[in-house]
Design a protein around this ligand. Structure first.
Ligand code: NDP
Ligand code: 2IT
Length: 454
């Protein structure tokens, strides 16, 4: 039956969503994991629960016109995918990147549904964004773009309906410009976005949450082997929000981060990235908005290797280390990279990014019995603290950072434990992919069953 289910799902995707490879990839991975659940629960299959899950409740696509600094009109495409609201308001980030399209946002929205379910907090799944490229744009251009984007998005979101946040290309600056525009149009000060600044409704630890959470997840996986991070060498990709706070937490726990990257190449620092170097990266990326190769100009222990788009593997993943934290983008690790990691001694992988490993790479992790935390479990700390920001907004209070961090730690432990338990229950001990998919799936589909055919 599981083979049958997989070919049914693939046929459905090919018929209805051709040309959406990332969405199809994300759906097929979940289908594979939950096939045994449908076998055990024929009532779910009869209720066409999977067909309903892969159909977004609503997709909004809109024009985002704006005027650049030269006075020229630019037109971008904006989206919001409202995927599933069975357990709470739609919740998920906004991505501004030139590669953004329907397939990428649908894959992200689909994964978000399971991730949000795993957090145990009352949030449904959504995702949005635009094919806008913030690189090289002035602050005023970014502001005008954000204002135009929100002038349409505002009619679809609300604190009890849909609450967006950041993702690639959307950080504190963009959230601020979008919040300002929402408030001006609606004349309402309410928690319609998360990742806000502390002074106007943000939560402590939200900027840190995804990176910290991904390290906490790995810490829980290591604890199953009675190990800690002390002295472990770590490969990190990306140099944005998730990568920066992954490095910070790794340093707190006594590990040695060796790499960072951006879309032009990567840095390998044989002496390790320490706190001073991390501060340099943060200033370079968050304030100066520069390129990561400048790190190698400043620190002589580091080597910069530019991206070679013709290469069959990424040399970042080909260094001796114990742990890997992919924190840039989808499909950044292929089968060659996964084999290189195994060869170099990597046995812990915690995905800060969403779907950074291709299906072939994931199979190599599983075959080699690595401690592998898939994105929807390992990077759920970001959206979890977003949900805590929503709670604080509703109560009109702010929790101290220690309280938020303790809750984050507990949530990551719960996600780890519930994924581990679900995998065991279905005879796939140690397989966190299957476990996370099954645990996330059950809560959402049981809620859908309770709520009838809507
Ligand atoms: P940022 O925009 O802060 O940083 C993104 C980083 O990834 C940059 O270093 C960027 O390089 C690099 N990158 C982006 N696209 C590509 C690409 N196509 N090829 C190579 N490098 C690329 O984003 P975040 O750190 O917030 O997000 C990173 C990942 O984490 C994403 O997969 C996101 O979906 C995921 N995530 C984020 C959460 C959050 O709370 N922010 C929560 C959960 C997951 P460059 O500057 O050159 O573009
Ligand atoms: O992928 C993700 O979980 C995010 N970008 C964070 C979403 C959120 O609502 O905080």
């Amino acid at each position: 039956m599981s083979k049958e289910l997989l070919s049914e799902v693939k046929a459905l995707l090919d018929a209805k969503d051709p040309g959406q490879p990332e969405f199809q990839q994300a759906v097929m991975e979940v289908a594979e994991s939950i096939a045994p659940v449908l076998e055990r629960h024929p009532e779910l299959k009869k209720a066409k629960i999977f067909e309903r899950l892969i159909e977004p409740e609503r997709i909004i696509q809109f024009r985002v016109p704006w005027v650049d600094d030269r006075g020229e009109i630019q037109v971008n495409r904006g989206f919001r995918i409202e995927m599933n609201s069975a357990i709470g308001p739609y919740k998920g980030g906004l991505r501004f990147h030139p590669s953004v399209n329907l397939s990428i946002l649908k894959f992200l929205a689909f994964e978000q549904v399971f991730k949000n379910s795993l957090t145990t907090l009352p949030i449904g799944g959504g995702k949005g964004g635009a094919d806008f490229d913030p690189k090289g744009k002035s602050d005023n251009e970014v502001m005008r773009f954000c204002q135009s984007f929100m002038s349409e998005l505002q009619r679809h979101i609300g604190p009890d309906t849909d609450v967006p946040a950041g993702d690639i290309g959307v950080g504190g600056r963009e959230i601020g410009y979008m919040f300002g525009m929402y408030k001006k149009i609606k004349n309402e000060f309410t928690g319609i976005l998360t990742g806000k600044s502390l002074a106007w409704g943000g939560s402590l630890i939200r900027p840190e949450a995804t990176g910290y959470g991904s390290v906490y997840f790995a810490e829980n996986m290591l604890a199953t082997k009675n190990e800690t991070f002390k002295g472990k060498k770590c490969l990190v990709s990306g140099s944005g929000n998730v990568a920066q706070y992954t490095i910070e937490k790794l340093l707190d726990l006594g590990a040695t981060p060796l790499t960072v990257s951006d879309s032009s190449g990567y840095i390998y620092d044989e002496a390790g990235i320490d706190r001073e170097k991390l501060k340099f990266i943060m200033e370079l990326k968050n304030i100066k908005r520069g390129r990561i190769k400048e790190y190698a100009t400043k620190y002589k222990t580091a080597v910069f290797t530019p991206v070679d788009s013709t290469a069959s593997f990424n040399p970042l993943w080909n260094h001796k280390a114990e742990c890997a934290f992919p924190s840039a983008t989808q499909n950044e690790i292929n089968a060659n990279d996964a084999n290189n990691m195994v060869k170099n001694g990597v046995y812990v992988i915690s995905e800060g990014a969403n779907m950074p490993s291709t299906p072939d790479a994931v199979n190599i992790y599983l075959e080699n019995k690595l401690l592998y935390g898939p994105g929807k479990a390992a990077n759920a700390g970001g959206v979890a603290v977003s949900a805590l920001e929503m709670s604080q907004n509703s109560m009109r209070l702010n929790w101290p950072s220690e309280e938020v961090d303790n809750r984050l730690k507990q949530i990551m432990k719960n996600i780890h434990d519930s994924s581990m338990t679900a995998a065991k229950e279905y005879g796939m001990e140690g397989n966190y992919v299957a476990g996370a998919n099954i645990a996330g799936f059950l809560k959402v589909v049981n809620s859908m069953m309770d709520q009838g055919i809507v």
